[in-house]
Design a protein around this ligand. Structure first.
Ligand SMILES: [Zn+2]
Ligand SMILES: [Zn+2]
Length: 170
């Protein structure tokens, strides 16, 4: 959906819309938002409900991530922003965007908001054991032959310490 800034009346425009947006990532998002205009500055506030399919960063299995986002986006004309680099933000939790040719693309804003919220290291669950770096087995399906070795390596300093303490006691 594209918005023509000049078509928003001077006194501003409050609008609640709800529709489904196709994201770059292929998922549909439910979006509702309101638009206000202050001079050439446009404020878009809304909520996005979307379920992304992400790959678990440990076991690489796909997992659906339901997200419910709220956003506040301030759009300024790119031409004026270039002239005035000190263009001030109207709020703390405000994202700053630019528009060119009097046109704001809501899809772009929504896609950007969703992408900003995608977790850096998504997990299928906090308990995900990941895959074995040696044999590639999904450790959520059970331990592999080499897991012991890996565990030993990680705990080696502890084991040594425990042995040292035991020796001291004896
Ligand atoms: Zn996982
Ligand atoms: Zn293994």
């Amino acid at each position: 959906m594209r918005l023509n800034v000049s078509e928003i009346p001077d006194e501003g425009l409050k609008q609640e819309l709800e529709y489904t947006i196709k994201l770059d990532t292929g998922e549909n998002a439910q979006v509702s938002f309101s638009i206000s205009r202050y001079g050439r500055k446009v404020l878009i506030e809304g909520t996005i409900i979307v379920t992304l399919i992400l790959e678990c960063s440990r076991c690489l299995k796909e997992k659906s991530y339901p997200m419910h986002l709220t956003f506040r986006d301030e759009c300024n004309p790119a031409e004026e922003t270039e002239k005035d680099p000190n263009l001030e933000l109207t709020g703390k939790d405000m994202d700053l965007d630019f528009y060119i040719n009097d046109e704001i693309d809501i899809n772009d804003i929504v896609s950007e908001q969703v992408l900003l919220s995608v977790p850096m290291n998504p997990l299928c669950g906090t308990q995900c054991k990941g895959i074995c770096s040696e044999c590639g087995k999904d450790l959520n399906d059970g331990a592999c032959e080499c897991i012991r070795e890996e565990t030993d390596q990680r705990l080696a300093p502890l084991v040594k310490l425990r042995e040292a303490m035991k020796n001291r006691k004896e």
